[in-house]
Ligand binder design. Structure first.
Ligand code: HEM
Length: 97
């Protein structure tokens, strides 16, 4: 997590461009999967669509990734603010060449 708050792109595919987006993904992935994944032809949500067949079984479901649609989010917006403030304390002044 060191210097993660200085990044301009997050995750292996650079899909998010801010720490807040990353935190919202963790908080919402299992509550509103339609916000993050495309739909199948039958209208259902194609969760984990970027993984080869078989690999979705390996996905961890530790908090906050342990919810079901309709559940309360694990984190409130003030808690997300606090997490971002904490992650920003892990910057050590490193500047990428
Ligand atoms: C609220 C709790 C969490 C926070 C604040 C957090 C924060 C982050 C951040 C900021 C990144 C982006 C790092 C980067 O792109 O340089 C990241 C990546 C990642 N996190 Fe978390 N994380 C949390 C929970 C979890 C959990 C529960 C898991 C596993 C079950 C997890 C697994 C991962 C993995 C595998 C990556 C790399 C993903 C990729 O590169 O595509 N994280 N996390």
């Amino acid at each position: 997590m060191r210097n993660t708050a200085t990044r301009e792109a997050f995750f292996h595919n650079g899909v998010f461009t801010s720490l807040r987006d990353v935190l919202h993904f963790y908080n919402e992935r299992d509550l509103y999967p339609e916000r993050y994944y495309p739909r199948n032809p039958d209208g259902s949500v194609h969760r984990f669509d970027d993984l080869p067949p078989g690999y979705p079984d390996n996905i961890d479901h530790d908090p906050p990734l342990d919810r079901k649609p309709g559940a309360e989010p694990a984190l409130s917006e003030p808690e997300i603010d606090d997490l971002i403030a904490f992650l920003e304390t892990l910057n050590d002044g490193y500047i990428a060449p």
